[in-house]
Unconditional design. Structure first.
Lengths: 127, 179, 149
């Protein structure tokens, strides 16, 4: 069974990493850890793309007389920009975490929800 | 690589988690080199292991570096994740094998980039010519995203002094309920 | 900040010039080997971030003020879009560099160089700006109020 599907191993690695990231995002309450989870997920997608661009016997896509087979440069371009955009959006998410911490004094999802409920409740009783 | 990812799942010390995420990025960079994507590996090593680790450490300095205790295993999400993973793996069974020359990915515009970019654009690095010339619009948009993200960070936490006066309503409500 | 860590200070002083030089090499040699605007911008920003971490944010702000990084941030994007508009004005299509110089190849080369430089500036400016913003939060009180530009 493994012999038949050996060529799919790269996808499975990407999927396994993706699922670890996914689990961290949905099951963990800490906001910084959630962002780390999103990063894991993101890198898994990158690995998936890059592994699709690989050609057997190919070389890095830099033109040279002596090289005949190149790997596909297109996924590289897409992922190259995605990495930098990814870190910029990560920075934005971290800024939001810092801001949330300043308002609520915590970065745990559950505590934030409790505080919100409490605030709603207070408003209800006052009105 | 998978080991670092899984240990990030279990560790509660966020400082260690951030460090591990840097190591995870470096592993990813090594993997990219193996798969011929030198440009991508370069970027991942500089960005993932460098800048984002520094930013996350900065965030930890501003917040808390310990995660509160939580349930060891959350079964609902675990089942969801396992089911999703199983479906995805089932989906890969039809995918082209790793390194397959005849995969659909390699049949559309990619051969043209490889064959013609030397004559049409010039630079020997195909990634550069695709990035800046063939897909210039893409890159323009992505530069704009980076720009917008920096502006967003400035807008969210850039101006500290002014926020002192008008505390958000929730924090006020919390203070009142405590007193 | 960290006045006692003389090893760090000396080593980082030795390292920062090569890092900046390497960033420029990556920027302008990106046509021939791996590299380009995105990586160069990040490496460039990394040099300033290292400086800021070792010598303190206040010193780093004197070396490269926040206004300068924000200008870089905006100017890079402007340079990129401006290259597109330039080719538009010369009668070509938006971001079609072939028209920029006498031969299409020279035009492509010039266009790619300009565009990559724009990308590098934006990325370097963005990363340094983000780092400054986060670091200003950490220091808290003893920081001069953000210049409201």
């Amino acid at each position: 069974m493994f012999e038949i599907h050996a060529g799919l191993f790269n996808y499975w690695v990407a999927i396994a990493l993706m699922m670890v990231g996914f689990y961290i995002v949905i099951a963990q309450g800490n906001l910084v850890k959630k962002i780390v989870g999103i990063n894991i997920f993101q890198v898994a997608v990158f690995v998936f793309y890059i592994s699709m661009g690989k050609v057997d016997g190919g070389s890095a896509p830099i033109l040279d007389e002596s090289i005949k087979v190149y790997s596909n440069p297109l996924p590289h371009v897409l992922i190259l920009t995605a990495i930098v955009v990814g870190v910029a959006t990560t920075a934005l998410a971290l800024a939001l975490v810092v801001r949330i911490n300043r308002s609520y004094g915590t970065i745990e999802e559950r505590e934030i929800i409790t505080i919100n409920h409490k605030a709603d409740h207070d408003e209800d009783t006052r009105s | 690589m998978a080991a670092t990812a899984v240990s990030m799942l279990w560790l509660r010390d966020l400082f260690a988690v951030v460090m591990l995420s840097g190591i995870y990025s470096l592993f990813a960079a090594v993997l990219y080199v193996v798969m011929d994507a030198v440009d991508v590996a370069f970027t991942e090593a500089a960005v993932g292991a460098g800048i984002s680790t520094v930013l996350m450490l900065g965030t930890l300095a501003l917040t808390k570096s310990k995660e509160k205790a939580h349930k060891k295993v959350a079964y609902g999400p675990l089942v969801l994740v396992l089911v999703t993973g199983a479906i995805l793996i089932y989906g890969t069974l039809d995918m082209p094998r790793y390194g397959d020359v005849n995969a659909p990915v390699h049949s559309h515009v990619a051969p043209r980039y490889i064959e013609k970019s030397g004559d049409e654009v010039g630079p020997p690095n195909i990634v550069t010519s695709v990035l800046a010339s063939y897909r210039g619009y893409d890159t323009l948009g992505e530069t704009a995203v980076v720009f917008t993200a920096a502006i967003g960070v400035l807008a969210i936490i850039g101006r500290r002094r002014k926020n002192k006066k008008d505390e958000p309503p929730t924090a006020k409500a919390k203070g009142e309920s405590a007193s | 900040m960290m006045h006692q860590k003389s090893v760090l200070r000396v080593v980082s002083k030795l390292l920062i010039p090569p890092i900046l030089l390497f960033a420029l090499y990556v920027q302008f040699h990106g046509d021939f080997g791996p590299g380009g605007g995105f990586q160069a911008g990040v490496i460039f920003a990394a040099a300033f971030i290292l400086y800021g971490l070792i010598f303190g944010i206040a010193t780093a702000r004197r070396v490269i003020p926040a206004v300068a990084t924000r200008t870089m941030l905006a100017f890079g994007l402007l340079l990129y879009a401006g290259t597109g508009v330039w080719s538009l004005l010369l009668g070509g299509e938006f971001l079609d560099y072939s028209i920029l110089a006498s031969t299409p190849k020279a035009g492509q080369h010039l266009g790619i160089l300009l565009v990559e430089f724009g990308v590098g500036m934006t990325v370097a400016g963005a990363m340094t700006t983000i780092f400054y913003t986060f670091a200003a939060q950490t220091l808290g009180g003893d920081e001069p109020p953000e210049e409201e530009v």
